[in-house]
Design a protein around this ligand. Structure first.
Ligand code: ZN
Length: 379
């Protein structure tokens, strides 16, 4: 009996040891495989395109899933001045404001509350001394991410374009202090390098706004506010901020009479909502039409929050202004849309407010006062 028991215990012990060894072996094999797979994934994620990779991994790395537009007003002003002055004064070293912003975003982890002028001065000094931004940022892991994000947002805001000369000569041809005349072309147009994006509210019309991005909204379903509301008088002309193609026009339950304009590079979708009851749009607006930065596109109102068309259900007249970033078309209508916090950018755009005048006296429509030729507009 005792011997038999000892034998049984012995057998059980051997079995237990065997099982433990088996479990250890399986764990070891599993861990090896998983970590190998992981490191393979990491390599593919950061590797060049010539590296073979599965379709899923290709998709994963090919576009940005999330981006926050956190650059402050102060940094927008300082970097844009460096960019514009270096071009218009034909300085030896030309600055790119988007590179400067991306460098600072990297340095501060995209928290621009940390901004110090001396940091910007330091990088400017290095660039002036002959270093390139590639060299300066070579060890900054997220520089390319921030550059792609800020470039996608601001790509067409500063650049060269032509604007109609002012024939009355007493006021400058452009409304912006930042634009300076670079070249006379003798065709009634002047070539300028400067801020070519416009403020969404026409010049000489007052408005107020505050940083309302991410505030909660309760109409329809619980959601967040993804834009900036500009409170003003009903009928205030609304201006196209950037040139592009009208992609959406008409009634929308939330936005009321609204207009959606896509940039030519497809990366920015501009959304202007709650336009005026009865007469929401400027003359001859339709889906597919190309508009230029500075064109009058519609009129501020208080429509929306109604399934029924042409209803004023918004309490305070305002323009809802939004910009959506689209790195991949699946993001346009998908659940993970990227909308920008525009409060600082709207303040910055005050440097270029579009002058308008009465157009058609019968329809009481307004039109822009000075034509521009934007080189990005297709013929
Ligand atoms: Zn709004």
């Amino acid at each position: 009996m005792l011997i038999k028991n000892i034998k049984v215990i012995k057998f059980h012990t051997i079995l237990l040891v065997f099982l433990i060894l088996l479990v250890l072996l399986i764990s070891f094999v599993l861990i090896t495989f998983v970590s190998a797979g992981e490191s393979r994934f990491h390599i593919m994620e950061w590797s060049n395109n010539n590296e073979p990779s599965s379709k899923e991994e290709e998709k994963k790395k090919s576009y940005i899933k999330w981006f926050e537009f956190n650059v402050s007003y102060d940094v927008l002003v300082k970097t844009s001045q460096l960019d514009i002055n270096s071009h218009t004064k034909n300085e030896e070293v030309k600055f790119n404001w988007i590179e400067l912003i991306s460098y600072l975003a990297c340095k501060y982890g995209n928290n621009f509350d940390k901004f110090k002028s001396k940091d910007l001065d330091a990088v400017v000094a290095r660039l002036k001394a002959g270093e390139t931004m590639d060299e300066i940022t070579k060890d900054m892991k997220y520089y390319s991410y921030y550059f792609e994000g800020y470039d996608s947002a601001l790509h067409e805001f500063i650049g060269e374009y032509q604007i109609q000369k002012n024939t009355t000569a007493s006021t400058p041809p452009s409304t912006s202090v930042n634009n300076s005349v670079a070249d006379e072309v003798g065709t009634g147009f002047t070539t300028v390098y400067g801020l070519k994006a416009f403020h969404p509210i026409a010049k000489n019309y007052s408005y107020s706004h505050y940083d309302d991005f991410g505030n909660s909204r309760s109409y329809g379903y619980k959601r967040l506010h993804f834009g900036n509301d500009l409170m003003g008088s009903i009928g205030t002309p609304v201006i196209a901020v950037e040139s592009g193609t009208i992609e959406a026009l008409g009634w929308n339950q939330y936005g009321g009479w609204r207009i959606g304009i896509r940039s030519f590079d497809q990366k920015r979708y501009y959304y202007y909502a709650h336009l005026r009851k009865d007469h929401p749009y400027a003359e001859n607006m339709y889906e597919g039409k190309i508009v230029q930065a500075g064109d009058v596109i519609g009129y501020l109102g208080m429509t929306g929050y109604s399934a029924k068309e042409n209803v004023n259900n918004i309490n305070i007249p305002h323009l809802h202004f939004g910009i959506q970033l689209i790195f991949d078309e699946v993001q346009k209508e998908g659940p993970n849309q990227i909308w920008l916090d525009l409060y600082a950018l709207v303040d910055f755009l005050k440097k270029n407010r579009g002058e308008i005048m009465r157009g058609n006296p019968e329809t009481k429509d307004y039109v822009r006062k000075y034509e521009i030729i934007d080189p990005i507009v297709p013929d």
